[in-house]
Design a protein around this ligand. Structure first.
Ligand code: CMP
Length: 139
């Protein structure tokens, strides 16, 4: 995939606050093509599996509770250098440290409710996208 395809989720509190439209507008204006998208919801078990790399960390339960607390919007995005560019566009994991103009600076509420996720590698984009899209392999 060579860094050109990434996976994103707009997280529950941002969906609840009705930020899906403004966030998608930014993504669109930055030149990402939406290859697949759905509004869906994590069960607790699926959230635990998705975030298993964080199992045992102090924030794991809060993360799983939060991510299974309401609907999310999951999507596969394509653009040249999508993985790195998208991480820059969403900003620091902690919104207090996120740069001006980034999606997390604009729409995140806290470290846990940080509005949006972006994959950090080809391997994780494939793994994470495959949780929601059976056709992920074709990208
Ligand atoms: P994200 O990178 O999308 O996926 C893992 C999430 O865990 C991350 O966003 C944060 O919301 C959360 N997270 C990471 N580190 C911490 C931390 N030190 N304390 C609380 N939550 C964290």
């Amino acid at each position: 995939m060579s860094g050109n395809v990434t996976f994103t989720m707009i997280k529950p509190y941002a969906v609840k606050k009705n930020f899906v439209g403004p966030i998608l507008k930014i993504i669109n204006e930055k030149g990402y093509r939406i290859k697949a998208m759905k509004m869906t919801r994590f069960t607790r078990e699926r959230a635990e599996a998705f975030y298993d790399v964080h199992a045992g960390k102090p924030f794991f339960n809060e993360l799983v509770d939060f991510m299974s607390s309401g609907p999310i919007v999951a999507a596969i995005l394509e653009k040249e250098n999508a993985i790195a560019d998208f991480r820059e566009l969403i900003g620091n994991t902690n919104p207090e440290k996120a740069a001006e103009g980034t999606i997390r600076k604009l729409y995140a509420s806290s470290l846990t409710a940080n509005a949006i996720h972006g994959s950090d590698s080809d391997e994780n984009a494939l793994r994470e996208g495959s949780f929601f899209f059976s056709e992920m392999e074709q990208y």
